[in-house]
Design a protein around this ligand. Structure first.
Ligand code: FES
Length: 87
């Protein structure tokens, strides 16, 4: 369980293990573009403003992962206690 702060929307939501970050965002009415939902297409790439994502996609390079500036919200999670996203 972790918290995601949506800086553009001015909202904060809690992500639980039962539901993916993408599904939680969509259910909260946050417009996120997506396509594959499997971490391969890159459509759901979202800017990370703070926090450390747990990258589980196969889109980002090792360098991009390490920089923690973007994440695929359909499959990736969070290693820190919270994330701040540009949504
Ligand atoms: Fe394809 Fe997330 S929807 S990588």
């Amino acid at each position: 369980t972790y918290t995601v702060e949506l800086r553009k929307s001015g909202r904060s939501i809690t992500i639980t293990p039962e539901k993916s970050l993408l599904d939680t965002l969509l259910d909260a009415g946050i417009p996120v573009e997506y396509s594959c939902s499997e971490g391969v297409c890159g459509t759901c790439e979202t800017r990370v403003l703070a926090g450390e994502p747990d990258h589980r996609d196969s889109v980002l390079s090792a360098k991009e992962r390490a920089s923690n500036k973007a994440m695929m919200v359909c499959v990736s999670g969070c290693k820190s206690e919270s994330l701040a996203l540009d949504l």
